[in-house]
Design a protein around this ligand. Sequence first.
Ligand code: SF4
Length: 320
Amino acid sequence: MISKRELGEFHRRLHGWFRENGRDLPWRRTRDPYAVLVSEFMLQQTTVVAVIPYYRRWMREFPDVFALAEAGEERVLKLWEGLGYYSRARNLLRAAREIVAGQGGVIPGELAGLLQLPGIGPYTASAMASFAFDRCVPVLDANIIRVVARLGNFRKPVATAHGKIELERLARSLLPATGGWLHSSALMELGALVCKPGIPDCDACPVRSFCRADSPEKIPVKPPRKAIIHERDLRIFSKTKGRVSLVPSPGPRWKGLWLLPPGTEEGKVLFELSYIVTRHKIRMTVSAGRPRSTWETFPPDNLPPMPTPHRKAVEALLDL
Ligand code: SF4
């Protein structure tokens, strides 16, 4: 890997490149730990482009941890609607309430304290330590894993326990003495803009002379993709006196959200949609049906939080 003697020059090039080329993202304009916490929860398994409007809306409505801690779960899920992986929203709310109730609204700066909070695992704790508290710790998101693995020509599978330990050691060997925020941001941005998945743009790479990868497109080594599971989901659309019938999700998928009621193969098919949740490919078929007394009804202009496929079905069928 990069020798101690070379490290200063490596940092100078990487960090200089980031200062010139790093994107102006809303959460990069602040070191407010609460704002960073919100962005880190939203960015888990979600792209930067998708997160930006949600982040802005969220910070307008819940500008600090106290505002979030006082919010009701339904309102929180409504603001999260469309972003997916709703357990993140519920955990963020729980974390805010614990921070306010147990720590007077102060978000801990140490990894151990961060790891006690709901929804915060080793990755989010290290991202918080780096991006909110400027600590020099390895932050291993998908972009940084790719960059570090390629720089070191790391040919072992990165998802195994052994692979993770070795990769973390490699990432640690690249850390500067100060300026954790700048270093993690720069590595992450290099992975997003230059050292991309598949074939990287090595000609544009500021640290090419330090890179040992001989076939970067084959790094990082990942486990084979798991097989897709196909599922069918039968639903009913029922509108009475202008109100739409919905039921609460039985969970755990979409806990706290509202869904079209479950249906059968009977009834005229009104709408079909396929969507993917983790490795499940789901074909949703919505048929016409009569309302039941156990279902709740809602006016179309004031629907509760719903997952995207169900909301799309309702929006497509409202004019029927
Ligand atoms: Fe990635 Fe290519 Fe730069 Fe190596 S030289 S870090 S493979 S972009």
